[in-house]
Design a protein around this ligand. Structure first.
Ligand code: ADP
Length: 407
């Protein structure tokens, strides 16, 4: 089944056109800077010339029109008719407590996504705008929402409750939700597939290290804890997000620097993390290069990043009373041997040993085992593919809807 996967940010639309029968990605692309005078449009058809151009794209609906007209352009030979696309899968960041699984989007689902605006003010509103824009452009096919939070629905109470008055959980649903669920799900499944291990007998720790970064403890195939929380701000140090900090720092700063709520929000989400600590960049490639050139603050940022990863891994080994495999994925996890090495250095007490040569030479874009033969815990690099998870879930739900007498 041909599925269009859509991931909308406040000023961007990413898309992938995936054939779920052979899991091929026929075309992917990105419309960026929507609403600015010059928007950037990139299309990357499989096995054909990639294009990048600029034009004015006023809103998400126009972005969808641009994507559809590219896919339908006879010169590009991707699809012949809109009806070739059988369903659209939408990445939705926050499903709140309501959505344990992906769902067919109807009016009730749309309302529930809207109700979760408060929980994810940066993500859910543009996600919904993307859904509405795609429904307008492709009105006659099923649209499915796939939630970043869904995989973490299995967290037990003790992992998702915060140490604050319980009425705040009951009234406002303040609890840990966790994010990057499709990625943690995908790489753990790839690990079972690769090794033949049975999900129910296996304990793995999945490290999704991109601009946003999170770690999950996956026991018996289910997420039992994860580093992001009520929002994607907590946990590891990230590109521009602080990760965990003592909340009292905020009271102190609000007084000292007379910060407003908006200032605090920007400080922790956009000016902290690797960028804030290094004072130089949020991009790991830049930091590694400058640290190599002797920049002390870039080195500190890298050290802090790796230290937090190590701490979470240690705590999740305790959570699960063991760990069969640690998996690295996403931009940094897949491409930065230095970060993998540093994060797991000095963990021989727990029996974790990275093979330096295998780690350094790990071929990109493929599943690679990078631990020594004597390591008690295996260490893997597994490329993530969140879009494929969304496409497969969407195809399943669209097929079921097609066969249901009620739809
Ligand atoms: P996003 O969360 O935006 O999807 P990605 O998963 O694409 O992020 O990861 C982006 C991060 O991956 C950036 O910090 C980038 O520097 C890092 N990265 C990509 N390639 C490399 C590399 N070869 N070495 C080190 N870091 C890399």
């Amino acid at each position: 089944m041909l599925v269009l996967v859509i991931n909308c940010g406040s000023s961007s639309v990413k898309y992938n056109l995936i054939d779920t029968s052979d899991e091929r990605n026929l075309c992917k692309g990105l419309v960026e800077r929507i609403g600015a005078v010059t928007s950037i449009v990139k299309h990357e058809p499989e096995g054909q010339r990639h294009t990048k151009s600029t034009r004015t794209i006023a809103n998400h609906s126009e972005a969808l029109q641009e994507i559809m007209s590219y896919l339908l352009d006879p010169d590009n030979q991707i699809i012949e008719s809109p009806s070739d696309i059988k369903a659209v899968g939408h990445r939705v960041v926050h499903g709140g407590e309501m959505f344990k699984d992906s769902v067919l989007i109807d009016d009730d689902v749309t309302k529930a996504i809207e109700q979760a605006f408060d929980l994810a003010p940066l993500h859910n509103p543009p996600n919904l705008r993307g859904i509405q824009a795609a429904q307008k452009n492709l009105p006659d096919i099923p649209h499915v929402a796939v939630f970043d939070t869904a995989f973490h629905h299995s967290l037990p109470n003790k992992a998702f409750l915060y140490g604050i008055p319980n009425r705040l959980y009951r009234r406002y649903k303040i609890r840990k939700y966790g994010f990057h669920g499709t990625s943690h799900y995908f790489v753990s499944r790839q690990y079972y597939k690769e090794t033949g291990e049975k999900a129910q007998d296996t304990k793995v720790i999945t490290c999704h290290l991109g601009n946003g970064a999170s770690i999950a403890a996956v026991d018996g195939g289910k997420s039992v804890d994860t580093s992001m929380g009520f929002t994607p701000l907590s946990g590891l140090v990230m590109g521009t997000r602080s990760g965990d900090i003592d909340p009292s720092i905020l009271f102190y700063l609000i007084e000292k620097e007379e910060l407003t709520l908006a200032n605090v929000h920007a400080l922790l989400n956009r000016h902290s993390g690797l960028l804030g600590v290094s004072g130089y960049a949020s991009d790991m490639r830049d930091l590694i290069e400058e640290a190599d050139n002797g920049d002390r603050r870039c080195q500190q940022a890298i050290d802090l990043f790796c230290y937090k990863i190590k701490q979470y891994i240690g705590s999740y080994i305790a959570t699960m009373n063991g760990c069969d495999a640690i998996i690295f994925t996403a931009g940094i996890g897949e491409n930065a041997p230095l970060i993998r090495q540093e994060s797991l250095a000095g963990m021989d007490y727990l029996g974790i040993e990275v093979d330096e040569e295998k780690n350094t030479n790990a071929e990109r874009g493929t599943v690679q085992k990078i631990s020594t033969d004597s390591s008690k815990t295996d260490v893997y690099v597994i490329p993530t593919n969140e879009e494929l998870v969304i496409a497969i879930d969407t195809a399943k739900i669209a097929q079921a809807a097609d066969q249901s007498p009620w739809v």
